[in-house]
Design a protein around this ligand. Structure first.
Ligand code: HEM
Ligand SMILES: *[C@@H]1O[C@H](CO)[C@@H](O)[C@H](O)[C@H]1NC(C)=O
Ligand SMILES: *[C@@H]1O[C@H](CO)[C@@H](O)[C@H](O)[C@H]1NC(C)=O
Ligand SMILES: *[C@@H]1O[C@H](CO)[C@@H](O)[C@H](O)[C@H]1NC(C)=O
Length: 332
């Protein structure tokens, strides 16, 4: 008579290949483990890349700042629920979108460019490419057109049927954040201090409104005096006056993706309080990273690319979840 241990060992030996088969079958087919991949549209829409690129190119030729605005859209999408194009949904009587949340209201831009891209992409492959994937490709192309690094974008995200006004307010950090606030906000999304500092390098391009940096230029002490004066000239102290007046986030080259942003921080010339915070705690890993990026374009670019890929991977909808929107502004 076979002992029970013999019985189990022969059972597991016989069924081991079967178990492996089911394990890999599960990996391939379960939504929970579905993965993004760079070749996702290789069969279904190989022209997606050229199509997106040509619309982004003409938009940036018209206005260089739009490249910055398009990059920011991806950040504000991914930090709210996940990279699911929730940021693009317009308000309706039954859906409160994210566009009027505090970090976005009167600030986010580029929605018309995304509409143009969606129309162009749907002309070459109707109903195939998600708005969430369009945001990810568009952000990459924008960085490349402004002389930044390139990378292969992972694809296969689907579009949400909902948005979250509240999470847009709580999960996108405000410019008044301390280093501890920023570190916590990024950790909540699975991102490290290295990701935080590298991604903040996006502020090498684009503009901010007076309302976003007023307190910094009048009240912060860790700011170079001549720089504070320069910015005060176009941003009155009184709240409510000149709130929308713009200043470049990088005072040297706001339309070139370079390491100047980090040099500014080392010189106490960060425009946002949250920017300067990255360099303020001597001996912190954050300050060390700022210093290192300020001296090495390749160190910045390598970490920026890695962090963009991580950020673009935050909780995508894959498999059968979500939908491929027909119009990026509304659920089907
Ligand atoms: C670390 C936390 C961050 C904070 C507190 C922050 C805050 C801000 C603020 C306050 C503005 C100006 C908005 C306005 O006044 O209208 C801005 C602009 C911008 N942000 Fe950030 N940001 C952060 C991270 C990021 C990340 C991760 C990216 C992209 C990877 C990004 C990309 C941009 C760009 C490109 C602009 C300029 C947009 C334009 O000119 O239209 N930011 N950010
Ligand atoms: C968004 O800004 C507009 C004015 O520009 C303002 O009337 C509205 O109250 C703001 N929305 C929210 C939700 O704060
Ligand atoms: C930042 O951290 C401080 C101290 O923990 C906290 O009181 C404050 O609410 C935080 N601010 C944000 C925007 O998270
Ligand atoms: C600066 O700090 C003072 C005192 O805390 C405060 O009253 C003021 O609103 C702050 N902001 C500006 C722009 O002066």
């Amino acid at each position: 008579m076979a002992s029970s241990s013999d019985y189990f060992s022969s059972f597991s030996r016989a069924s081991l290949p079967l178990l492996f088969f089911f394990f890999f079958f599960f990996l391939l087919h379960s939504d929970a483990s579905a993965q993004l991949s760079t070749g996702y549209y290789a069969e279904s829409c190989p022209r997606v890349f050229d199509t997106v690129k040509s619309v982004v190119k003409s938009a940036i030729q018209q206005e260089k700042r739009i490249g910055a605005s398009l990059l920011r859209l991806l950040f504000h999408d991914c930090f709210v629920i996940g990279c699911d194009a929730s940021v693009l949904l317009d308000d309706t009587p039954t859906l409160l979108g994210e566009k009027t949340a505090k970090p976005n209201n009167n600030s986010l831009r580029g929605f018309e460019v995304i509409d143009r891209i969606k129309t162009a992409v749907d002309k070459v492959c109707p109903g195939v490419v998600s708005c969430a994937d369009i945001l990810a490709i568009t952000a990459r192309d924008s960085v490349v057109f402004l002389n930044g690094p390139s990378w292969e974008v992972k694809l296969g995200r689907r579009d949400s049927r909902k948005a979250s006004f509240n999470k847009a307010n709580t999960d996108i950090p405000p410019p008044t954040s301390s280093l501890a606030n920023l570190t916590a906000a990024y950790a909540k999304k699975g991102l490290s201090v290295r990701d935080l500092v590298a991604l903040s390098g996006a502020h090498t391009i684009g503009q901010a409104r007076c309302v976003s940096f007023r307190d910094r230029i009048y009240n912060d002490t860790d700011i170079k005096g001549s720089f504070a004066k320069l910015r005060q000239a176009n941003c009155p102290r009184t709240a409510g006056s000149g709130d929308d007046n713009l200043a470049p986030l990088d005072l040297q080259t706001p339309t070139v993706f370079d390491k100047d942003y980090f040099e500014n921080l080392v010189g106490s010339k960060g425009l946002l309080h949250s920017d300067q915070e990255l360099y303020n705690t001597r001996g912190s890993s954050s300050a060390a990273l700022v210093k290192s990026y300020s001296g090495s374009t390749s160190a910045f670019f390598d970490d920026f690319v890695a962090a963009m890929i991580k950020m673009s991977d935050i909780r995508p909808l894959t498999g059968k979840r979500g939908e491929i929107r027909k119009n990026c502004r509304k659920v089907n």
